[in-house]
Design a binder for this molecule. Sequence first.
Ligand SMILES: [Zn+2]
Length: 473
Amino acid sequence: MKFYIMRHAHAEEGDRMDPHRAITKYGKWQSKVMQKFVKQVGCKMDLVLTSDFARGVETGDYFRPKKARHIQLRALRPCPFGYQAEESASEAWAAILKVLKPEYEHVLIIGHGPTIHEMVRACCFTFEPEEKILAHGNMVKVQTQEEHQFHWLMTPALAAHVLGIEDETDSEDGRADEMAEQGKDPESLAIDEAALELAAAMGISLKEALDHPDKRAVIDPLVAKVQKGLRIRWASQLKHLETYGLPMVQESLLHVSTLRPNGMPAPDHDKRQVLAALPLHSQPFAVKFRKATSAAYTAGADRAAAQLPSTVTEATPVKKHPPLPGPSREPEDVEDSLDDTTTERVGSIIDKAFLTPLTYAAMVGLVREEFQSWMNAKEGETSRAETVALQEVSTAYHDGGSDFVDNWRGGNGPVEKRWNAEDDACEECLANEAEGFIDSEAPHSSGDDEPPAHPNCRCEEEYQAVSVEESLR
Ligand SMILES: [Zn+2]
């Protein structure tokens, strides 16, 4: 789960405990910019938590897609004077933990100073006690798995700068007031030096987040779709094997265990009879596969298009691709190679049954187990379904990118590419990344033109026009 912890946006002057203070025009601008930033880094909130105070609710409204839940918690109200911020922070977390559900991935928590600083500190070990890291409209991202890592801190001004958004408010709207009011407003506590330094260092991780805007958001649902298609396909194959295929050898297996000596593999004839029960080509699977890989292909081409400058001659601002060939893998070919492996694995279980020998029930159990392991991985492992789905979707995604680039090169000049290795990439992929930018038509050091380099490779190819890079030098 990822927590996005935010201080409500700039609000009208007034008492800290006044629930009616609305956010100002400047506060609205801050909220809008932060919402755009969050969207840019590929996050859709599943749950938005605010206090029931107007300035909290109004800020939260900006981050609420239709499907997200919004819960107002009294525990997120500002803490009254004389109250320990630390204490009210732990009360707030206790209330939050009660409403969290494991399926939530992105949770936005909007709070008030000074409690909000303590809340950040309580869930993330990067900050020291008393560190005031959140001014109005600022947001911190914390990953709750893996030791509660701090990911980034973003301010509306920096977000606007990064996204190229103009500050459309003028001094009368409250922008200047915000500066002047620092110290007067009971909630606008000065930000620590250390926290500002941290914000600067964050530029790096932020840039990374923007470099991969939403590859995962695009790719992962498609991988899940193909994975589901494979599961359904295998489940049906298993059912056919159990109902029609395996019973064919029940009789002869009985003879092996009673009459014949061990050491005899399954007769070819028997094996063939069992495997003939496997349904081979599935129309629903082919449809699902085509849909998912076409979407991945288009997404890959879109991504490459976004990285290369649009040509001057293009009159329409609408992003339209030249006709590209589309994903190169046919579902039937994928099914054939899958079924080769399936046939081989089931065949070797039947051999084992005759060699060992196994009872009929034990043989059926082994076949069932094998199929189950393809559909659902054991903990810490990747299932065959996921491996195959990722391979096919990633291949289509990168086909789209490289087809777009090949096409673009024709009319616009040379392009360079770089292998962006995934977080815990293998040595081969890291070596590809270490090459930096190379000509888009040259292979990488692993011999691959683009990812995936191996099963379960989640690396990504990045493109740039050569002239762009030169102008930066
Ligand atoms: Zn890789």
